[in-house]
Design a protein around this ligand. Structure first.
Ligand code: AHM
Ligand code: MG
Length: 343
């Protein structure tokens, strides 16, 4: 496909390659795109329409919600609940899954999303994003329960993110590689700008919140110490470091120029499994990174193999360039951390 291809054209072409496809999934993706365009507009206009700042409410994880977290969540629901393609929705910002209202037809897919990831960046005008993961609703289930959503990442039909940065981008996988699209505001369409994205295998760039260093488990401390030692250390190369505090922006950088991103478990109360949510952040990003040739791990297990136990469960995340992720995973297995998750 050439570079003038719109995302709508792209997904219709993909659909034609699947015998018996009904077009339901294509329509669902179109609805997601519409929601992302609306969120992009809201994020862009932010201060002009008085929607920056805290909403002074808390989500299920006890995190203070921003006004834009709530607006973005509402935009996703309004764009998706009536269309007949979904059997249920779950969001990082809602305690329980949201059923499809009785007045609308039900579809065969489930969606999980983080409507505005990295929202601590909103008020300082830095990049944020929307992350989504699409699963099949189990056969014969009309009103999905939490258990119906608790499928491992390997079951994802599609995962993607919208990045609201200097330009708005949509990056998507349906299990056949990863493609990136840039929003052309003059025509209101996402245009294929980054076909077949690949994570470079090796890297000299790491991303981690260094302020938590004293709480990290031993394998993470060891790896970062070695990075800091540069060409005189175990890896014989000098590293650069980045931390945007916006997972979408970090993953996008890694897809573009390589790198490793880590949000490990740590010994702070409540951080025993890290910060990032398996269902809304870790699984969709792992699907994208693996489809682009990278790796994604907890340190003990491939993230997409983790059997989910709760809708909002957290998981340690180590993802990015394959060689580097393998080094960190290797440190978890060599006994030097005493077999503990947390130092
Ligand atoms: P959020 O979903 O509440 O925005 O939190 C997730 C974000 C990630 O985008 C980012 O990697 C991480 O939190 C940053 O956390 P910290 O502020 O601890 O560095
Ligand atoms: Mg998030």
């Amino acid at each position: 496909m050439d570079q003038g291809t719109t995302l709508t054209q792209f997904i219709i072409e993909e659909q034609r390659r699947i015998p018996g496809a009904t077009g339901d999934f294509t329509s669902l993706l179109n609805d997601i795109l519409t929601a992302c365009k609306k969120i992009s507009c809201a994020v862009n206009r932010g201060g002009l329409i008085g929607i920056l700042g805290s909403a002074e409410t808390e989500n299920v994880q006890g995190e203070t919600q921003k006004k834009l977290d709530i607006i973005s969540n509402d935009v996703m629901i309004e764009a998706l609940d009536w269309t007949g393609h979904l059997a249920g929705m779950a969001s990082e910002e809602m305690d329980d899954p949201l059923p499809i209202p009785d007045m609308y037809p039900k579809g065969k897919y489930l969606i999980l999303f983080d409507p505005l990831d990295g929202s601590s960046n909103i008020d300082v005008n830095l990049s944020v994003g929307t992350i989504f993961s699409v699963l099949r609703c189990p056969e014969g289930v009309e009103n999905p329960s939490v258990e119906d959503f608790l499928q491992p990442g390997t079951e994802q039909v599609c995962a993607g993110y919208a990045l609201y940065g200097p330009s708005t981008m949509l990056v998507l996988t349906t299990g056949h590689g990863v493609n990136g699209f840039t929003l052309d505001r003059s025509i209101g369409e996402f245009i294929l700008s980054h076909p077949d994205m690949k994570v470079p295998e090796t890297t000299r760039e790491f991303a981690i919140n260094m302020s938590n260093q004293r709480f990290w488990p031993a394998p993470i401390k060891r790896y970062v110490d070695e990075c800091l030692a540069g060409e005189h250390g175990a890896h014989n190369k000098n590293y650069n470091m980045r931390w945007v505090a916006s997972m979408v922006a970090e993953v996008h950088r890694i897809l573009t120029r390589g790198g490793i991103f880590m949000y490990p478990a740590d010994s702070r109360p409540g951080s025993e499994n890290g910060k990032l949510r398996l269902m809304y952040e870790a699984n969709p990003m792992s699907f994208i990174i693996e489809q682009a040739g990278g790796a994604s791990h907890t340190g003990r297990q491939r993230i997409m193999d983790v059997k989910p136990e709760g809708l909002h469960q957290r998981v340690p995340v180590i993802l990015g360039s394959r060689e580097e992720v393998e080094v960190v995973v290797g440190y978890h297995g060599d006994g030097k951390d005493g077999g503990r998750e947390v130092a």
